[in-house]
Structure formats: C-alpha cells, structure tokens
Design a protein around this ligand. Structure first.
Ligand SMILES: Nc1ncnc2c1ncn2[C@@H]1O[C@H](COP(=O)(O)OP(=O)(O)OP(=O)(O)O)[C@@H](O)[C@H]1O
Ligand SMILES: [Mg+2]
Length: 326
C-alpha cells in the first residue's frame, strides 16, 4: 500500500498475558479521509485495538498499517502521522490548559515560534479560550475531554484516533465534538478512527461502522446499509397492565418474530405488514394495549441480529462482569 492516510488491518490478534484474547482476528480498512466508527459494548476490544493501531501495544498476530506504515516495524513513522486521544486522558492537574498545549507542541517538534499561536488557536477551537489559564484540576470532565482533543491536534495529524471521545459529555458538548470531528475531516481531510458505545454517535458521525463484540467484528458497513440489512421495522406494544403481557405476546406473535425487550412487548414485523394491519387486528380482537409504536431498524437491531443480545444489555452485562459499575 502507498503511504496514504488510510488504515489497513489484517488478522489482528491481541492476547493479554494473563487475560483474554481481547482482539480476536479482526480485518478492517479505513479509507483516507473517512470517519470510521468502532462500536461495541464494554470489554469488546475497542481500546485494545486503538492501542495496537497507535503503537502503544504490540499485536500478538496479524498486521496493521497506519498511513502506509507498519505499526510494529515502522512505529516512529506511524507516530508522526497520528494524533491520539485515549480513553483515559493523562493530564497534569497542576498545569493549565495552555501549559499542556505548549508542552505537547514542544514534544511534537512544533517550531518554537509557532507554539504559542498554535496553542491559542486550538484553545479557541475546542472552546477553552476562557479557561486556558486555569489549572486542569478545576476543569470539568467535558473540559478535560476537549483539552485532550486539542492536544491530539497539536501537530496537525493526518490520522486521528479518538477512544470514546464523548463518554461523560453532556449532549451539548457531545454535538460540539461531533461538529469538530466532521470539520477536521471536511477541511483538513483527516482520517478519523473513533470508538464509541453510543449507537447514535456511530450513526450520525461515521461514514462506516465496524461493530465489535468479544474481540470479533460482527458487522461492518455504512450505517444505512447495516440497517437496510435488517430491513423490517420492529413493532412495540406497551401493555396497559403487566398481567396482559402474555396475552399481548401471543397476539403479536402472529405478525412477526418476538424480540427481547424489557419495557414493552416487541416483534420484528413480517414482510409486507404495516401498522394498520396490527391496529385493525387489535380492534377486531379487542386486545387492550396502551400504546403501539413502529420503529425503523437501528444499529442496535443490527447488533441484536448478529449477537443475540442488545448493545445496551451487553454493556450492562459487561459492566457487572468487570465490576465496573455504571
Ligand atoms: N492490560 C490488560 N490486561 C489484561 N486484560 C485486559 C487489559 N486491558 C484490557 N483487558 C481485557 O481485554 C478485553 C477488552 O478490553 P478493552 O479495554 O479493549 O475493551 P473496550 O471495548 O475498550 O471496553 P470499554 O468500552 O469498557 O472501554 C476486556 O475483557 C478487558 O478486561
Ligand atoms: Mg475502551
């Protein structure tokens, strides 16, 4: 492959010495200038993949090329091309935002005469201009995330790795970050590899999505194509009384396969059926339902179809398993 700004991964495996096969043979390609969303529940192997692609961890097997360079044999070349914001930002509470940016500019060999200007520009860019001279100890979680993004951008990387950049951000900061990432791609042609647990984030932001579960990629494609594969919408009925659930389940089973759902009774609607067919039958049979809703397929439906679990459920499960709490 020529030295472009893409990513090519083949048969990548990473096994921790005393741990699981966190990445279990994945193949993926990210085109130059593409935003690739790596979506999966807790413990799926997202961060491990990012660590290998950013040369922080050696792979156990397989190959990965980032910007045309091999992450094992050409680590230093890879590192000059990439910007990285890890899941756990390593910031010094005693330094200010501006201090961090100046330090990072020095580490990244930004010419001395340009460092102050670059710091100023990035502080504005991520909305931290007013807080620039405050110590990071007093920053909120979202401010730290934004500073970490600015740090990743100091040397104008061609390829950007963001590991769960919006976890813990409020909706406003989240959409601001989406905007920023889109802008980087649009204006600077930056390739973005971004991990997330949020369906909506992958859906809105990513050109293509890879869904990872237990170290394996279970689905890959554009959000639209993945959802189109599911095709049929789901139908959700809310029982008026809990005691009515079994009856409603039996009734709806006539119209499609049941879907596991804790809150309502849900089915994947059979081809050719629509909401009106159900409403007519509800009337005819006198079934007591508080509310009926048709939902277009989501990426969670894709995950469910491939793994038998919902992404939200899987995240809860993993959190219990790892004692992570919430
Ligand atoms: N340093 C380590 N040593 C041993 N096992 C590890 C180590 N780091 C991660 N793991 C395990 O590897 C698996 C994948 O972890 P990883 O951090 O890559 O998942 P993730 O998809 O980033 O999850 P999250 O959404 O919680 O950040 C998990 O089972 C985890 O417990
Ligand atoms: Mg992670």
């Amino acid at each position: 492959m020529e030295a472009d700004n893409g990513i090519e991964v083949e048969g990548l495996v990473r096994e921790y010495r005393k741990g699981p096969r966190a990445v279990d043979g994945i193949d993926l390609t990210v085109a130059p200038g593409e935003i690739y969303g790596f979506l999966g529940p807790n413990g799926a192997g997202k961060s491990t993949t990012v660590h290998v692609l950013t040369t922080l961890l050696p792979p156990t097997a397989g190959t990965a090329r980032v910007g045309g360079f091999d992450v094992v044999k050409e680590g230093p070349k890879v590192r000059t091309l990439i910007g990285v914001a890890l899941q756990e930002a390593a910031l010094d509470p005693l330094l200010t935002g501006r201090d961090h940016l100046r330090l990072q500019a020095t580490l990244q060999n930004v010419p001395k005469s340009k460092r102050a200007g670059r710091a100023e520009e990035l502080l504005h860019r991520v909305g931290l201009a007013d807080a620039a001279d405050r110590k990071v100890a007093g920053y909120s979680g979202g401010m730290k995330r934004r500073l970490d993004l600015a740090l990743a951008l100091v040397h104008s990387p061609k390829i950007l790795f963001l590991d769960e950049p919006t976890t813990g951000l409020d909706p406003q900061s989240r959409s601001a970050l989406w905007e920023e990432v889109s802008l980087l791609r649009r204006e600077a042609g930056v390739t973005v590899f971004l991990t997330t647990q949020y369906l909506e984030e992958a859906d809105v932001l990513a050109d293509r999505v890879g869904i990872i579960d237990q170290g394996k990629i279970v689905a890959e494609g554009t959000p639209a194509a993945l959802k189109a594969e599911i095709g049929r919408p789901s139908l959700h009925a809310i029982p008026r009384r809990d005691a009515d659930r079994p009856e409603i389940e039996g009734f709806l089973a006539r119209f499609g396969e049941p879907l596991e759902s804790s809150r309502d009774v849900a089915i994947r609607l059979r081809d050719g059926l629509g909401l009106t067919d159900i409403v007519r039958a509800v009337d005819a049979d006198g079934v007591d339902i508080a509310d009926l809703e048709l939902r277009a397929p989501t990426l969670d439906d894709v995950f469910l179809a491939k793994t038998g679990r919902t992404l939200e459920g899987a995240t809860e499960e993993a959190a219990v398993e790892h004692g992570a709490g919430g």
